[in-house]
Structures are given as structure tokens and as C-alpha cells.
Design a protein around this ligand. Structure first.
Ligand SMILES: Nc1ncnc2c1ncn2[C@@H]1O[C@H](COP(=O)(O)OP(=O)(O)O)[C@@H](O)[C@H]1O
Ligand SMILES: CC(C)(COP(=O)(O)O)[C@@H](O)C(=O)NCCC(=O)O
Ligand SMILES: [K+]
Length: 247
């Protein structure tokens, strides 16, 4: 069994790969202080994997904490996948391929496998990313925009008079309090921005291409986007599964 890990900036997701199937999906909220202890407790209940394969776009400290858990529990080294110029049927659009987010790279590999006709991919995570992929596996490039929660944190940290804490709240506009104005602004602003990104990137994708949506924010974002989207909650892990099976 191979343990696949997607370490994002908000949550760490994992699943077990055996016999070509993904099972035992789990997630840890890395914004919580004791997330690493929680991860160790969750991972201590799964059978020891032969390999641990992952992508990480979070800090070096978080990457190190994941490595420490795998080492302590199973004496395993985590194999972190980094984007290359090309691989697993995908050609990276970046002039400096290593600078593409490793989670975006894995999602493109996952999309290549489930949508050989090409795809437009939305990942609604900490950031919202939109990427295009053509029928030859060429990555067409993409867009990056702050997600809802990140936008609220940014407003809170970058201003003197806005203090926001706690979970994101649904709010209507016009808002009659700072909280309502900020939550409503983030909700409608991010939705409008995501629509604009999709409208820019999708026309560059093959007309018959799939529209694939992933990320923890997909449930709220999808109804805001034009067109019919296929939910692939584990698209990054699907890409990692393709890598694991081929190496
Ligand atoms: N239980 C949860 N904990 C944290 N975020 C959640 C949860 N459920 C949904 N979300 C949403 O998912 C987003 C994180 O999605 P995810 O794809 O895991 O991001 P990342 O890969 O950047 O860590 C959050 O910004 C939030 O909108
Ligand atoms: C764009 C991202 C911040 C998305 O991260 P996430 O929301 O999944 O935590 C991440 O893929 C990243 O740091 N990318 C590097 C920059 C780039 O892709 O060009
Ligand atoms: K992500």
C-alpha cells in the first residue's frame, strides 16, 4: 500500500492506494495548533504503508512535520513530487517548470488520466486556481486568486481597523457591520473573480474538454461558475496515484 499525501496551505489530505484504488480518505486542518499531533493519531490507525508519496505547497516547517510523523510511525521517508518540464503525459506551461505549484502539477496529471480530451481545472483551496490542459497533454497555463478565507485573513492582517476571527460566515450585501461587509465582500467578490478567471482560461481549452472541480471550497464555488462541472474531490491524489503506479 502507498500512502498519498496532498499538503495544502489549509488542510492536509491523504488516501491509501492499493490495487489501483484510493481508499481511506482523511484530512487534517493545519490551521489548528495541534494539527501534527492529530495527524499522528490519525495515521497511527492505518496499516504501515510501503511508500509515502506526496505534494506539498505549504511551508518548510509543515513539510518537516509530515516527514517526522512518517518517520516516527513507520520509518518511512516521504517522496515529495516536484513539477518537471514534462512527465506522466503532461507538458508544463511554465518557463521555469519547478515554480508551478506541485498540487497543480499533480491535478494536471490526474486530469490527463480522467480527461484525455483535455480539461479546464478549478481548484478551490486556500487559493483558487484555474488551469487549462489540451488533448495532447499540454498545460496551457492558469490563474491564481485568493480564496474566501484567505481574503478575509488578508484584510484582517493588512488593516488597522478590521479584526476578523473564527469560521467564515455566509453574509448578504450590502453588509451593515464590518463582519457582514467583509464576509459578504469576500463571498461575492471571490465568486465574481472566479467566474472571470474561468471565462478567461476555459476558452483556451479544447471545446470538448472536461470541466473538473476540486478543493475544499468546490461546494460553495461551483454554483457560482458558468457551465457544468464534474466534481473530482481527490484530483490531486488521483494524479499522485498515476505517479505512484508509474514509478
Ligand atoms: N473542515 C474544513 N476545514 C477547513 N477548511 C474547510 C473545511 N471544509 C471546507 N473547507 C474549505 O476548504 C478550503 C480548503 O480547501 P483545501 O482544498 O483543503 O485547501 P488547501 O489545499 O489549500 O489546503 C478552505 O479554505 C475552506 O473554504
Ligand atoms: C497556488 C497555490 C498557492 C495553491 O495552493 P493551495 O490553495 O492548494 O494551498 C500553490 O499551488 C502554490 O504555491 N503554487 C506556486 C506558484 C504557482 O503555482 O505558480
Ligand atoms: K489544493
Amino acid at each position: 500500500m502507498t500512502l498519498l499525501v496532498d499538503a495544502g496551505n489549509t488542510r492536509l489530505k491523504w488516501a491509501r492506494l492499493s490495487g489501483g484504488r484510493l481508499t481511506g480518505h482523511g484530512a487534517a486542518d493545519c490551521l489548528e495548533a495541534a494539527w501534527a499531533q492529530g495527524l499522528e493519531a490519525a495515521w497511527s490507525r492505518i496499516p504501515p504503508p510501503a511508500r509515502v508519496l506526496g505534494v506539498c505547497v505549504a511551508s518548510q516547517a509543515r513539510r518537516g512535520a509530515v516527514e517526522a510523523v512518517a518517520r516516527r510511525l513507520w520509518r518511512r521517508t516521504v517522496e515529495w513530487i516536484e513539477p518537471a518540464g514534462q512527465g506522466w503525459g503532461v507538458i508544463n506551461a511554465y518557463a521555469e517548470p519547478a515554480l508551478l505549484g506541485a498540487d497543480r502539477w499533480a491535478a494536471l496529471i490526474g486530469a490527463r488520466r480522467c480527461a484525455p480530451q483535455g480539461a479546464c481545472i478549478v481548484d478551490a483551496g486556500t487559493a483558487i486556481t484555474v488551469d487549462g490542459l489540451d488533448a495532447e497533454g499540454r498545460h496551457l497555463g492558469g490563474a491564481i486568486f485568493p480564496g474566501r478565507e484567505l481574503l478575509v485573513r488578508t484584510l484582517s492582517q493588512g488593516t488597522g481597523r478590521i479584526e476578523m476571527g473564527g469560521a467564515f460566515q455566509a453574509a448578504e450585501l450590502p453588509g451593515r457591520s464590518t463582519e457582514a461587509a467583509v464576509y459578504g465582500g469576500a463571498r461575492y467578490g471571490v465568486a465574481a473573480a472566479a467566474r472571470a478567471l474561468v471565462e478567461q482560461v476555459c476558452p483556451a481549452c479544447p471545446p470538448a474538454g472536461a470541466r473538473l472541480a476540486t478543493g475544499g471550497g468546490a461546494d460553495w464555488l461551483l454554483p457560482e461558475l458558468p457551465g457544468a462541472w464534474q466534481r473530482r474531490p481527490a484530483l490531486v491524489l488521483e494524479g499522485l496515484a498515476a505517479v505512484a503506479e508509474a514509478s
